[in-house]
Each structure stands twice: as C-alpha cells, then as structure tokens.
Ligand binder design. Structure first.
Ligand code: F0G
Length: 366
C-alpha cells in the first residue's frame, strides 16, 4: 500500500520538540508538491521548482506551524487559541482548534481579508473580531489579550509555529537531494523566511538565531549547503526593504499587507547570513506572476504567493539570477482563497445558450 503522509510532526519528529507519547493535533499537513516549472525555468535561465503550499489542508503553509503550536497548547490547560491575521493564519487556527477541541478567536483588519479566508474562519466556528486598523494593530491587540487572559497566542511569534514551518525546507532537501542554490519566498510578518532559514541550516547541521535547541548539531547533516534566501515584499508594504516601519501598508496582496513585521531581526539575519536579499515588487508584477503561474505552469495561487515568482522574474530581468542555478519558489497560499482578485477585470461571457451541440459548437467557433 502507498505510504500515507502522516503530517509533519510524525514525519519529522526527531527534529521537532515533541516526544513519542505527546498528543498530536494534525490534519495531515505538509508533504506538499515540489513542481518543476519549465516555463519559469526557461524565462529566468535557471532550474525553478515551485513548492505548492496551497496544497495544505487549509490551503496555506500556516498549517505546518499550526499543528505544532496547537499540539503544544494541548499540553496545557488553556482552552482558547487566538491569532491576529491577514486571513490564512485565522483559517488555519480555526481549523486546528476544531481538530483539537479548543475554541479559537481571530482578530482581523476589517475589510482586508479575502472572502475565502473569512469563510474558513466562519465555518470552523472562530470567534471573529474585526478591527478598524491594519494587521500590525491586530497583532498588538492579540499580544495584549494573550498576556491578560488565559488564551494561547498562535501567531508566528510563538516559537512552536516556526518549528513546524521549518519542515518545508526539510521536504525540499529531501526531494532535491540537497538544498537549492536560492530560495525565494514572499515576506509579510517574516516568520516564514525565518523558519525556512532555520530548517535549511538544521538540515545542514547548523543552528540559527531562531533555533530553540542545538539538537541539529548532534545529528547527521542531510544537506551539504544552505541556499541564499531571497525575500520578496509588496511595494507598498516593504518595511524590510526600506529599513523602517510602514505606517499604512497597502497592497492588493492582502496576506502580506504588513508594515511592522514581528520577526524583523530574524529576517534580516536570514538575508545577511545567507548572502541573500529582500526586495520588493509592485502589485502589477504580482498579478502578472500570478497569471504566469496559472497560464504557463498550471498552479493557481493567491496574490501574496505570486510575489515570490514576481521577485524571481524581476531579479532575472536585472541579470541577478545565476545561469542554471537550482531555485525553489514557495507559493504560500491557494488561489481559491481569493477568486475576486484573480478574476479582476476578466471579461468572460457566460450568457447561457440552448442545450444543444450546435449552440455549444457555435460559441466555440467550431
Ligand atoms: N503568503 C501568504 C499567503 C500569507 O498568508 C502570509 C502571511 C505570507 C505569505 C507571509 O508570511 O508573515 O511568515 O512572512 N500571512 C499571515 C496571516 C500574516 O495572518 O495569515 P510571513
């Protein structure tokens, strides 16, 4: 019988802070496809693979960190998990809370959450709080809330989140046989770039600032190298590029509409220690990359996810992509979460026709 993927804690338990006897809350997250993208490879003159994180149970990479964060909460008496979110974290927290038998509270910037993500929080029974402010305001509030009440914070400032998310790097090395030369990913609150950098290092027998123990130093290295980390922010929400907080972040990629990333220092360390970069792309470039992924590769991603590919294409245009390099782009969330943005101005004629072959053939110009 084919191996059934067991979720990231079961698959990588020796590199995660869980023992054999611990109760694990999982929806089978991880084990996502790494897809070779010929069209993008040809376009940038490298070997490009896409890590499809939209294939996780709730449709984003957040599930990797939620299985670890919520499993840890299950070891305590706390009955409620809480998160500030631009949408995906809340969807994931709400789903894993259901799986764990806990309650969830999500604090969201009013009017700035894609419809699919909001639907997920609602169907999973989260208590919703919409704030007249941006994500950074929501994160401040949820930090104060979890300080004051018996509620567990499951944003990526919770170290268990990053522990789970680092497993995406493990999967990539396991699939490619070694680390890629370059890893490109979108950056919002900067937890994920921190987690990938930790994962790549730990698989190479090293630790990073974000590591919570030194077990990696005592384990057989799996990778012989670590990649350059290339982070990509949205033009109007690019604090790490500008080197200063953005008070009123704006971008069509609402998932990364963040002006004051919590993991700022870790992200800078990942950039500098890997000899990488953090750059920014416009909303137009994001939408164009989303289109390249859907029409030339066959992967439908949400706008924030396309920032990685937009950043790679921009780097290629600037002559910054080394010939033939092995590159992985993470696409972080599923396109179905935000169909409104994807369809945008799309002009599709869905006027009904008579139910006959002739009428259908006529519309098709056959
Ligand atoms: N891509 C997507 C689809 C996201 O939802 C996020 C973050 C990111 C990229 C950026 O990752 O924050 O680790 O740098 N979404 C968070 C949320 C903020 O609330 O769902 P990051």
């Amino acid at each position: 019988m084919a191996h059934q993927w067991q979720g990231i804690i079961h698959e990588y338990r020796d590199r995660l802070p869980f023992g054999e006897g611990d109760e694990i809350v999982t929806l089978g997250e991880g084990g996502t496809p790494l897809v070779y993208a010929r069209a993008i490879s040809e376009r940038v003159g490298a070997e490009v693979h896409i890590k499809v994180e939209g294939a996780n149970p709730t449709g984003s990479f957040k599930d990797r960190g939620m299985t670890t964060a919520v499993s840890q909460v299950k070891q305590t008496d706390v009955q409620v998990v809480a998160a500030a979110s631009t949408g995906n974290t809340s969807a994931s927290a709400a789903a894993y809370a259901v799986a764990a038998g806990l309650k969830s509270t999500v604090i969201l910037p009013a009017g700035k959450i894609a419809a699919g993500k909001l639907a997920q929080a609602i169907v999973h029974g989260a208590q919703l709080v919409a704030v007249d402010g941006n994500f950074d305001d929501c994160l401040r509030i949820v930090r104060e809330l979890t300080d004051a009440y018996p509620v567990a914070l499951v944003n990526s400032v919770n170290p268990y989140r990053l522990q789970g998310q680092k497993t995406a790097a493990f999967e990539i090395v396991d699939a490619l046989g070694d680390a890629p030369d370059i890893h490109v990913l979108p950056v919002g609150n900067a937890g994920n770039i921190t987690a990938y950098w930790m994962g790549y290092n730990e698989y190479a027998g090293k630790t990073t600032l974000a590591s919570i123990d030194d077990s990696a130093l005592h384990m057989e290295p799996v990778a012989t190298k670590v990649p350059q980390m290339w982070g990509v922010q949205a033009w109007g929400a690019a604090p790490l590029v500008l080197g200063e907080i953005v008070q009123n972040p704006e971008t069509i990629a609402t998932a990364i509409r963040i002006g004051n990333p919590a993991s700022w220092k870790y992200a800078e360390a990942a950039r500098d220690d890997s000899k990488g970069s953090i750059d920014r792309v416009t909303d137009e470039q994001i939408l164009e990359a989303q289109k390249v992924l859907s029409t030339e590769v066959g992967i439908f991603v949400e706008p924030a996810s396309a920032a990685s590919v937009a950043g790679l294409i921009q780097a290629a245009e600037q002559g910054k992509v080394p010939d033939g390099a092995t590159i992985v782009c993470t696409v972080t969330g599923n396109g179905l979460k935000d169909t409104a943005t994807a369809l945008g101005e799309a002009d599709v004629d869905l006027t009904p026709i008579a139910p006959t072959l002739e009428a259908a053939a006529g519309v098709l110009g056959l």
